[in-house]
Write a protein that binds this ligand. Sequence first.
Ligand code: FAD
Length: 275
Amino acid sequence: MTALRVADLTALASVLQQSGGRIDYIAGGTDLIIERQGSPWANLIVDISQTVGLDRIEADAGFLRIGAGVTIARLIEDPLIGQTAPMLARAAAQFGSAQIRNRATLGGNIAGAMPAADLLPVLKCHAVKVEIQRRSGVREVLDFDAVVLGRGQTCLGNGDLILAVHLPLAEATGRISAFVKLGPRQAVTIACLNLAALADYGMASNRLRDIRIVAGALAPVPLRMDAVEAALRDRPVNQALVEDFLHALGQAVDSAIPGRASQPLQTAGHPWPRP
Ligand SMILES: Cc1cc2nc3c(=O)[nH]c(=O)nc-3n(C[C@H](O)[C@H](O)[C@H](O)COP(=O)(O)OP(=O)(O)OC[C@H]3O[C@@H](n4cnc5c(N)ncnc54)[C@H](O)[C@@H]3O)c2cc1C
């Protein structure tokens, strides 16, 4: 087994040219090291944790470009993220422990594609695009939904690298947003449900428009909550709206996971009343 660290993308390109076999990229290593305890490592391990160019956060033409190597800790602290995508900073703040946040990366969270991953609902809610460099060197910019395909499944082939996420600025600017994570513990917990929400709030009309709500940990991939959005759309924000929101959310969760153990029984003698 060979392990090496690449300083930049040019160095990576020459490594890829010379190697034909399987590669394990390692960024923070917080998922990979655990994963490889039960399965063999590739012959070539490429450490991308200090690869220049993967660690940048910069405003580009109409979007915020967030490098795949940006750590979770940086998502919390970075002023550009705080101004344009505070929901991402909030999700990062509820992510793992301080040690994990210092190592774990945005790219690793996407490539791992775990249903309970905290950043994925936020990325889908922001309708991000994902910039990928194929092993051949070809670059592509794909919709989030074309990248994260299922539990642990992505469009990435072996040796393909996530370079960055493109977060559209026009759709983020001036909007209100929220991120909520429910888990069995208050901290360092795996989400049973995480919710990302983005909306236009008209102060004068006291109404929500252009609402996007995405739930994680309910399905193999983050789920857009159409019925919950409909329950909120273009209605005055008041207590009745809050109650309708909670009702619609409860129904959406129940129908997404009808057999969950904590669901109240509705029909005597029939354990799973909903289809
Ligand atoms: C104690 C603990 C707590 C955790 N808490 C949370 C939590 O609260 N929320 C949460 O969402 N997750 C959590 N995780 C999971 C993990 O930290 C995240 O999924 C993290 O984002 C993975 O990033 P990484 O850089 O460590 O990835 P790595 O472990 O380095 O890599 C994971 C996989 O992604 C691939 N990869 C990494 N970067 C790239 C890239 N740029 N391009 C292509 N492939 C790439 C690797 O080859 C590997 O297959 C936790 C893990 C632990 C151990």
